[in-house]
Design a protein around this ligand. Structure first.
Ligand code: ADP
Ligand code: NI
Length: 217
């Protein structure tokens, strides 16, 4: 299946995005999600439609995110047309759009949505993107763009229990590691995703330990 119309759409939609949700983030999610799926399903090369569904959702996932999109409803309408044009059936498009609308960490704080199998790989890949060296770079870029300080030892991490509290909460970027990032490895859907999330979380724990060590001069 040719996804070039989808990649062109994502490039145009996210061309001004500078907080870590740009085209290359979507591309890495698409690649990593399909790689994790192919690891679990040795015969999956014959199921190229499943790979196409995963890749389309991976590329597109942030184009309707309230953080980077002013009018998600309008983009959703465009996407319905685009997915049909590319050749996805109504059911396949339904899975892609459901995943995009329900995969975010914020939306799953109060209620954990059951994603289709394709979406479980996409959600794992997106969460892995918040971890490791890339996750650290994205967190400080996001924090800086939103005017947050790097660290303040007087501000303690909080337990964020609702979607709106998570979205409104301004914090230090170092606290974001406790408030979200270190929880992700326990929330993964797939075995391969869990393993990679664990490795990248260990790397981040070493980074935060070194950061706090350097702070205490
Ligand atoms: P989701 O889209 O799954 O709800 P988020 O919006 O929480 O996820 O996060 C998307 C990216 O932005 C992640 O890499 C995350 O670490 C980063 N991010 C979100 N909120 C903050 C924050 N307050 N400080 C630093 N980085 C953040
Ligand atoms: Ni994302």
């Amino acid at each position: 299946m040719d996804l070039v119309k989808i990649t062109d759409f994502v490039k145009a939609q996210l061309k001004n995005e500078k907080t870590g949700h740009d085209f290359y983030h979507g591309q890495r999610v698409a690649h990593l999600a399909s790689k994790l799926y192919l690891q679990d399903n040795a015969d999956a090369r014959s199921n190229s439609r499943m790979v196409a569904i995963i890749q389309a959702a991976g590329y597109l996932h942030d184009t309707i995110d309230e953080k980077v999109c002013a009018d998600p409803e309008a983009v959703l309408k465009q996407l319905t047309g685009l997915l049909a044009q590319v050749g996805f059936s109504e059911l396949e498009a339904k899975d892609i759009l459901f995943t995009m609308q329900h995969m975010s960490f914020a939306k799953n704080i109060e209620h954990r949505y059951q994603l289709p199998l394709s979406g479980q790989y996409v959600q794992d890949a997106d969460r892995i993107e918040s971890l490791g060296a890339i996750g650290i770079a994205r967190a400080f870029t996001f924090g800086g763009a939103h005017g947050n300080v790097i660290y303040d030892p007087q501000i303690k991490p909080q337990k964020l229990v609702s979607h709106s509290q998570y979205r409104k909460h301004t914090e230090t970027t170092i606290n974001h590691f406790d408030e979200k990032l270190f929880q992700l490895e326990d929330l993964m859907n797939t075995v391969g995703g869990t393993k990679l999330a664990h490795e990248r979380t260990e790397f981040m724990r070493a980074f935060v330990a070194e950061f706090k060590h350097e702070w205490e001069v």
